[in-house]
Design a protein around this ligand. Structure first.
Ligand SMILES: NC(=O)c1ccc[n+]([C@@H]2O[C@H](COP(=O)([O-])OP(=O)(O)OC[C@H]3O[C@@H](n4cnc5c(N)ncnc54)[C@H](OP(=O)(O)O)[C@@H]3O)[C@@H](O)[C@H]2O)c1
Length: 295
């Protein structure tokens, strides 16, 4: 397939990507800015905003990366962010935001029995409530720009032991995104799921850190019940981690979803994403049996 030169992809288009301090978000923000998009990238820390701002003009492109501070767990900052983005778009003569990419999210690993509720609540706020608040805020702008809405999620809505803190959000994202697509209809902004397999990012490579966060406050005697299973699981994750795909591959897929005249509803990318999508297509009883047997 003939690929457009990056700087020809996005004349006069703008994108808001959440969570661009690292990983998929950062790779996407840089890829899109170098393709000529005006990219608003949200970060939580001022040091991250300063670091991104210091990058200056993005190599090889006519776009720009504008860092904005946003903690999705604290929605009170949203009206100011919306106002700032709209003012910048108006100043550049752009009708509205062309795309919103809901990417930000943490990582949380623990057996459901022991999962820190505080950590899970923070995850739900970031991935679901905060992301939905952004969607509600920016839909009028997306409509004006003939834009589209993207969500980063896992490749299959299948249960996986110890990662329900992440996957419960993915199941809900899947539901919200597909329901939105029905409600917005053909005349509304297309809703696209970018379904990622294993991607080599900070979150993706910090299984033990995520596990410690997930188990914060768990009673030692109840934690002991899972100790052996979790150390076996961590060893298998080390092999998985070695095969993860690069974030740039996801960024490339997102760029394709943004430049396609009619984007697909789902794009699949990254290590084991095909296997997960296949499992998802099977009857649930069978999937549960296969996953139980895999241990
Ligand atoms: N890596 C994978 O294998 C994989 C696979 C499928 C889907 N995903 C999804 O891809 C997305 C990005 O993950 P990643 O692997 O690129 O992880 P990452 O490198 O850790 O990046 C996560 C980003 O989200 C931000 N973030 C986290 N909580 C936030 C909050 N409450 N408010 C605002 N920003 C917040 C982080 O900001 P800070 O730097 O401030 O923490 C960071 O910028 C996540 O939604 C994840 O579930 C990842």
């Amino acid at each position: 397939m003939k690929q457009a030169h990056p700087s020809q992809e996005a004349p006069g288009k703008s994108v808001l990507v959440t969570g661009v301090s690292s990983g998929i978000g950062r790779a996407t923000a840089l890829r899109l800015a170098s393709a000529g998009y005006l990219v608003f990238g949200t970060v939580r820390k001022k040091t991250d905003a300063d670091e991104l701002a210091a990058l200056g003009p993005v190599e090889g492109g006519r776009g720009a990366l504008v860092p904005l501070i946003l903690d999705l767990g604290r929605r009170e900052g949203l009206p100011e962010l919306l106002g700032g983005v709209e003012a910048e778009l108006a100043a550049r003569g752009m009708p509205g935001l062309y795309a919103l990419v809901n990417n930000a999210g943490g990582s949380l690993v623990a057996p459901v029995e022991l999962m820190s509720l505080e950590a899970f609540e923070a995850e739900l706020r970031a991935r679901l409530i905060g992301a939905l608040a952004l969607v509600q805020a920016f839909l009028p702008s997306l409509r004006r720009a003939g834009g589209r809405l993207l969500w980063i999620a896992t490749p299959g809505t299948i249960p996986t032991a110890y990662v329900t803190g992440i996957h419960a959000c993915d199941f809900a994202v899947n539901c919200i995104a597909r329901t939105l697509a029905l409600e917005l209809g053909r005349s509304g902004p297309p809703v696209v799921l970018i379904r990622c397999g294993g991607i080599r990012t900070r979150a993706g490579l910090d299984t033990m850190g995520a596990l410690e966060r997930g188990l914060a406050g768990a009673q030692p005697e109840r934690r002991a019940i899972y100790e052996e299973k979790l150390s076996r699981w961590s060893r298998s994750m080390a092999a998985f981690d070695g095969r993860r795909s690069e974030s740039e591959l996801v960024a490339e897929t997102i760029a394709r979803a943004l430049s396609a005249p009619r984007p697909r509803k789902r794009y699949r990318v990254g290590y084991l994403s095909a296997a997960a999508a296949f499992l998802e297509s099977l009857p649930q009883v069978l999937v549960d049996r296969i996953l139980a047997a895999a241990g």
